[in-house]
Design a protein around this ligand. Structure first.
Ligand SMILES: *[C@@H]1O[C@H](CO)[C@@H](O)[C@H](O)[C@H]1NC(C)=O
Ligand SMILES: *[C@@H]1O[C@H](CO)[C@@H](O)[C@H](O)[C@H]1NC(C)=O
Ligand SMILES: *[C@@H]1O[C@H](CO)[C@@H](O)[C@H](O)[C@H]1NC(C)=O
Ligand SMILES: *[C@@H]1O[C@H](CO)[C@@H](O)[C@H](O)[C@H]1NC(C)=O
Length: 620
């Protein structure tokens, strides 16, 4: 394996040497390739080790090397590596004795961002258990669904989530699930308080024999994919996958001197794998926040000398929306790792907050392919390079937005997208880039598998994302399938329309989607918008904005005023219910507006207008 990788490395560099003497990105390509190869070799070494060298072992080695270094800063308290280690020993001992946990068991963790999150996960890892990271915003049916699909026998919940647990307690009891609450006491029958047991337990290390059978393929975590549609799915994250995700900091240039700021929920891969376990891999200090706050962001960074920040979805936009201050460039943040930032915001962010290297990456928790922008080109998620493509074969295929399925030729095979054309990213499922699927959900797992892609019988992972590769081999993220709809034969990217809408004075946020209209193909544009406090929705200026920036087919024909948006844990706006509710004024309580091209404004959507649309007196 080792030799083989080295040969590939040599081969990989050769074509670049021949072809790219004038390529300005040549150096960056090489440096990335070498970094990636070094990490690949390290992972091979860990996998060969008997027993397997896990991220927990890495943590324990760091504890030995730098026991007194701060591992976690949280709300004014600091916890050194050795303190967290000892605390997790107590957790492990308490759970071993009282919950009778052993290697191979799965435990669901239901709590918000706080240092105990890390202690409990480490404690469970010391017992050889996998942890399912439940989203603490979910309740009732969704909570039960998430809990049961990972096959956990035990749930550990934060004290403040007691009521959410009580709500589903009868079902949990029925299924023989043990329920633990992180509090000193609890009067509810069937909920066991855990804190006292942890306090009383010894903090001496546990024998590694307890987890002797763990291999690179063992389940380490279950992470739920943020469902903008339907119920969340539990992605099984193996020990090996934890390592590859933890290397992202290293690939992005984070060193052992850095301080990492986590303000994303730890129940997602961004916060947990790229943030927390990535920090363990680097042996650095983490500044942990309960939740993201745009107004506190830079204050926190200054106070703790943060050098690496994380972003996702809308967080960069929120930062750019904060009022300007004189000291905005006064901070030590040098790297930002994340994904989902649009190029205009990216530019604005750099203008306002100074020279931060933005490592925009593309990856899915359960996916088998990822990219990272390792050059200095704004707006791209990565670059095609020979080695990457060799090791992790992927391709972009033509996609039919209307039918939401790949285009196939007469032989039933998919068609590769041309350079510059948006296509569906699919990654070949191989031993090196496996797709282990979703726990307890074969149907969803099968849905993500795509067969007969380039050859009859081959098997790919369907990322559900549309990307574009340009002439210079830069990879650009286009859209998530479902974030695009089709109207009058044209594709409308919802994020683009939302950007245009939020430039209107009275609109603070916009959630754009397509709705069905009787007798029409495709979906027509509609936007739910949040109006700035103290202001009125201004139909005329909204019209003039969309008319000047958007082609007619992309202009939202209907506008729905909402006082707040329903969000997923990663700040993605929920659309499904909105799409279903449509634009019937009799069914929707919120104020509705209709774009009237003749009057050049948005007018209130009345019952008359609604019925004229249905009878097609009003042409859309
Ligand atoms: C860590 O701190 C403890 C107590 O303050 C001290 O005894 C120990 O020598 C320190 N260890 C290292 C490696 O600095
Ligand atoms: C590891 O596996 C062996 C063989 O399957 C088994 O005998 C042993 O009890 C296992 N160890 C643990 C800690 O489960
Ligand atoms: C941040 O850095 C400054 C200057 O290097 C130093 O004086 C200060 O103690 C550091 N603060 C923290 C919290 O590490
Ligand atoms: C990614 O793009 C940004 C553009 O500002 C750049 O600063 C950064 O260095 C790029 N590369 C990496 C690896 O982040």
């Amino acid at each position: 394996m080792y030799i083989w990788l080295t040969i590939i490395a040599g081969l990989a560099v050769l074509p670049f040497l021949l072809k790219t003497v004038f390529d300005p990105y040549f150096g960056q390509d090489c440096s990335y390739i070498f970094k990636a190869i070094k990490l690949g070799i390290r992972l091979q070494k860990y996998k060969k080790k008997k027993p397997f060298y896990s991220i927990l072992d890495c943590f324990l080695d760091t504890v030995k090397k730098q026991p007194n270094k701060t591992f976690l800063h949280f709300e004014g308290t600091s916890h050194s590596y050795i303190e967290v280690d000892k605390q997790s020993n107590k957790v492990a001992r308490a759970l071993k004795t009282h919950a009778n946990l052993k290697e191979g068991d799965t435990v669901a963790l239901f709590m918000g961002n706080e240092p105990s999150y890390a202690c409990i996960w480490l404690g469970l890892a010391k017992l050889g258990c996998a942890t399912a990271l439940l989203n603490f915003n979910i309740r009732s049916k969704s909570l039960l669904h998430c809990f049961s699909c990972c096959g956990a026998k035990v749930i550990i919940a934060a004290a403040e989530l007691k009521e959410a647990v009580e709500e589903v307690l009868p079902t949990l009891k029925q299924r023989g699930i043990s329920v633990y609450l992180l509090s000193e006491e609890c009067s509810v029958e069937g909920i066991n308080p855990l804190s006292e047991h942890i306090t009383q337990a010894s903090d001496t290390p546990l024998s590694a024999d307890l987890r002797a059978n763990i291999t690179s393929k063992s389940p380490a975590l279950y992470i739920y994919t943020s469902g903008t549609t339907g119920l969340p799915k539990a992605a099984l994250v193996t020990q090996e996958r934890v390592w590859t995700a933890s290397f992202i900091q290293a690939v992005s240039g984070v060193t052992s001197q850095d301080v990492f700021y986590i303000n994303l929920p730890l129940y997602h891969s961004a916060g947990f794998l790229i943030g927390l376990t990535g920090a363990i891999e680097r042996g650095i200090t983490v500044v942990l926040r309960r939740r993201f706050s745009a107004s506190q962001f830079w204050e926190d960074c200054r106070r703790h000398n943060v050098t690496v920040m994380q972003y996702i979805g809308e967080t960069m936009r929120y930062l750019c929306n904060t009022p300007m201050k004189d000291n905005e460039k006064d901070h030590k943040v040098r790297i930002a790792i994340g994904n989902g930032v649009r190029s205009d915001i990216w530019r604005e962010f750099l203008n306002r907050f100074g020279d931060v290297a933005v490592r925009e990456l593309y990856a899915a928790t359960e996916g088998n392919i990822g990219f990272i922008n390792y050059t200095s080109k704004i707006g791209v998620v990565g670059r095609v390079n020979f080695l990457h493509r060799r090791l992790f074969p992927y391709t972009l295929i033509k996609f039919d937005i209307e039918k939401e399925e790949p285009v196939r030729n007469s032989k039933g095979l998919c068609i590769q997208a041309m350079k510059g054309e948006a296509g569906l990213l699919v990654g070949k499922i191989t031993k090196r880039s496996p797709f282990v699927g979703y726990a307890g959900n074969d149907q969803q797992t099968e849905k993500k598998r795509l067969r007969d892609v380039l050859q009859t019988g081959d098997l790919y992972f369907n990322t559900g994302d549309l990307l574009r590769i340009d002439e210079q081999n830069f990879v650009q993220f286009q859209d998530r399938v479902g974030d695009t709809f089709r109207w009058k034969g044209e594709n409308v990217a919802t994020t683009e329309v939302a950007d245009i809408l939020t430039m209107v004075d009275c609109i603070v946020e916009a959630n754009v989607y397509g709705v069905k209209v009787e007798g029409h193909e495709g979906r027509i544009g509609m936007a739910a918008v949040k109006v700035e406090e103290g202001k009125e929705f201004d139909g005329a200026s909204t019209f003039s904005q969309v008319a000047s920036y958007l082609p007619a087919y992309a202009r939202p024909r209907f506008i729905r005023i909402q006082s707040s948006f329903e969000m997923t844990g990663t700040f993605k706006m929920k659309k499904v219910t909105l799409v279903e509710e449509g634009f019937n004024p009799a069914a929707v309580q919120d104020p509705l507006y209709f774009l009237d091209p003749a009057k050049k404004t948005y007018v209130p959507l009345t019952e008359e207008i609604y019925s004229s649309i249905n009878t097609r007196e009003i042409k859309l």
